[in-house]
Structures are given as C-alpha cells and as structure tokens.
Design a protein around this ligand. Sequence first.
Ligand code: NI
Ligand code: MN
Length: 228
Amino acid sequence: MKVKFLGHSSILIEDKNFKALVDPFLKNNPAYIEDPNDILGITHIFITHAHGDHIGDSAEIAEANNSLIIANAEICDILYARHKKLKYHPMHIGGAFRFDFGRVKMTNAVHGSGFRDENGIIHSGGNPGGYVIEVYGKKVYHAGDTGLTIDMKLLEKEKIDIAFLPIGGNYTMDIDDALEAARFIVSKVTIPMHYNTFGLIKADPLEFKNRLLGHIVEILEPSESIEI
Ligand code: NI
Ligand code: MN
C-alpha cells in the first residue's frame, strides 16, 4: 500500500485496483503541489466533514472518475441534492462496512461540520468523523479534524498501520494533545497533518516527532509518500 500526502489533510491511498482520496482539498490548498495523476482513476473519495478544507474538490473529482463518495449520511444527502448522478455510500459514526477492498469504520471526531451555501446560508453537515480504512489487510486511520478524545483509546485494538493526526491546534488537537492521542492509538507509524497550511495552525512537526518517544513518526512534505 502506498499513501501519498497531498498537504493539509488530503491523502491518496493506492493498492492494486484501489485508489482513494481522503479529504481532497486540492485546488484551493496552498500546500498542494499539483500532479494530474493524483486525480486520475480515483475509485473512492472519503470525506470526514463538510468544512471546505476537507470536502474540497470531492464532487468535481467524483464526477470525472465515477468515484464512490463515502461520507456521513447528511453530507451524502447534501451532495446528492446538488449532484444526483454521483455514487454515494452514506455511513455514520461507529458504523463499519465491509467493501471489496476491506472494512471501513467511521470514527468519532470532536469538531463541527457546518458549511455555507452560495446564498450564505449555513447548513449542518451532520457530525464530523474520521475513518479506519482497511485496504487489503493494511489499516490507515485518518482522524479528520478533532480534539483529543478518550474514544481514541478504542483504536488500539484496530492495530492501525498508519495514523494521520492533526497537530496544528486552534481548530483541532495541538502537539501536546496529539502526542496523547498517538499514545492511545499505538499505530505502527504516526503522520502529523493539518498544520502550517494557514496562519492559525502553526506547529512544528519535528517537535511532535522528537517528543513521541517509542513511536515511529514520519513527517511527509506535500507530495511525499510512504509505502507499507
Ligand atoms: Ni474542520
Ligand atoms: Mn480543517
């Protein structure tokens, strides 16, 4: 399995015939380094919550690739009202589903999920979440945007291979809380995300790496990949 970091909270997961984006915030993402291959042949798009820096370019990419959109039921409803021809798989927190590539579980995130439409009206995107995505036996946890929650202790039994955790603070966990989260989760590799993209989420990923003793931390620059 190859996982490419696309900057902010966007990742690309590839293995065999599976090619998925999580939170594809690309066009307006100042950290994204464009590569046309990142949006070609996308089979699945996972959306953690409705904030613009996560829902990003989901509809456009799904339309171009006939990708299956996996999101909470409210986001699927909202997208369906606007894009009736796209394919959706609604899920919700605590729910798991076995796809042909493996089991996906939607996890809790402590955050918001509202968004503003073109008329300036705020809609609820349901509860925000994260995902444990198993792909041919390997597991990636994408926490979404979240504060530290004791629920993360439950993830230890999932035996996660790669955990993506926000460290930027202000809207999500900062380094102190992300360290605690990583100690709860005990993944083989921990990768920080959601930092330094905007002014309010400044954090030093090296500090996170140096303080997470006894764990493997990979700091991925946008466009860098990890293979496991
Ligand atoms: Ni958010
Ligand atoms: Mn965010």
